[in-house]
Design a protein around this ligand. Structure first.
Ligand SMILES: Nc1ncnc2c1ncn2[C@@H]1O[C@H](COP(=O)(O)OP(=O)(O)OP(=O)(O)O)[C@@H](O)[C@H]1O
Ligand SMILES: [Mg+2]
Length: 257
């Protein structure tokens, strides 16, 4: 009998840029209260600190394609930020494999990479350096960063005096001053006001048109459905559903009602 090939295999398979295979992340939590650091150290040396294992991500496999805008939704504590940290290589998975076929910009989350005592201006350069850009490269985009963030009035004030929305504005403006190959955004878009959100989403759309890959976590389901091609729903560290953003959001909404 002739072997009938699967018609779908004749389609061009999209190239993954992020590939996770059976990824699990375990946190170790002390299972009893230890009052002081001294007591903790003594107990640690005596091997008398008891830990409870907590699996924040369970056996998760996921492939994200080059050029996709991919969303992750799920309740508080579902493991979304943990997953982004694993993808950004901030955390090593306890088991499983993470493969990234591109240059990943550091995880963009609220306040990441900012020093509270330094001014907005100094933080732009500090952040730029963390992103791998030289002083000259940051000088070249500095005015544009300040313009985009609309913080020129506050740019010489220490970051600790900024509101969370102002933090998010500056963070997003710096991280996206140069187009990254892979941009990972943890919730930061929801903090800005509506006008700023629009600017951010326009910028992300522009990146997508230029072939960048974007991975975003948000509780703003409208934003996920507007921006994302595909999405995943995480619940208690498990992948509940992966599909088009609409499908996933619908299922997530049904799931938690
Ligand atoms: N450093 C840590 N040590 C121990 N447990 C942690 C640590 N970080 C996160 N967790 C736990 O892992 C689980 C997942 O946390 P995570 O921050 O990934 O959730 P999330 O989906 O991003 O939630 P949110 O929507 O609130 O941002 C939570 O139960 C949390 O308590
Ligand atoms: Mg989170």
């Amino acid at each position: 009998m002739p072997i009938v090939s699967n018609p779908s295999s004749q389609n061009e398979t999209p190239a993954p840029i992020i590939n996770l295979e059976n990824v699990s992340v375990r946190y170790r939590l002390p299972s009893e209260r230890i009052g002081t650091l001294k007591e903790y150290t003594i107990r640690l040396l005596q091997r008398r600190v008891r830990h409870r294992d907590f699996w924040a991500v369970h056996d998760l496999s996921l492939s994200i394609n080059r050029g996709e805008v991919f969303g992750i939704v799920g309740d508080n504590g579902a493991g979304k930020s943990t997953l982004l940290k694993v993808i950004s290589k901030v955390l090593r998975p306890t088991t499983g494999r993470v493969r990234i076929y591109g240059k990943i910009a550091p995880l963009l989350e609220l306040g990441a990479g900012f020093h509270p005592e330094l001014s907005g201006r100094e933080n732009v350069f500090l952040n730029g350096a963390l992103l791998g850009y030289s002083h000259e490269e940051m000088t070249a985009v500095f005015d544009e960063v300040v313009d985009f963030s609309e913080l020129s009035e506050f740019i010489d004030a220490p970051i600790r005096t900024y509101s969370s929305g102002m933090y998010a504005r500056l963070g997003f403006a710096v991280a996206t001053a140069h187009q990254p190959e892979i941009l990972i955004v943890d919730e930061i878009l929801s903090v800005g006001d509506e006008a700023f959100q629009r600017k951010c989403t326009d910028r992300i759309t522009g990146f997508r048109e230029n072939g960048a890959t974007v991975l975003m976590v948000s509780h703003n389901l409208g934003l996920i459905s507007e921006m994302c091609d595909r999405a995943a729903w995480l619940d208690h560290g498990k992948l509940m559903k992966i599909g088009t953003a609409e499908e996933v959001i619908e299922m997530y909404r049904e799931g938690f009602q």
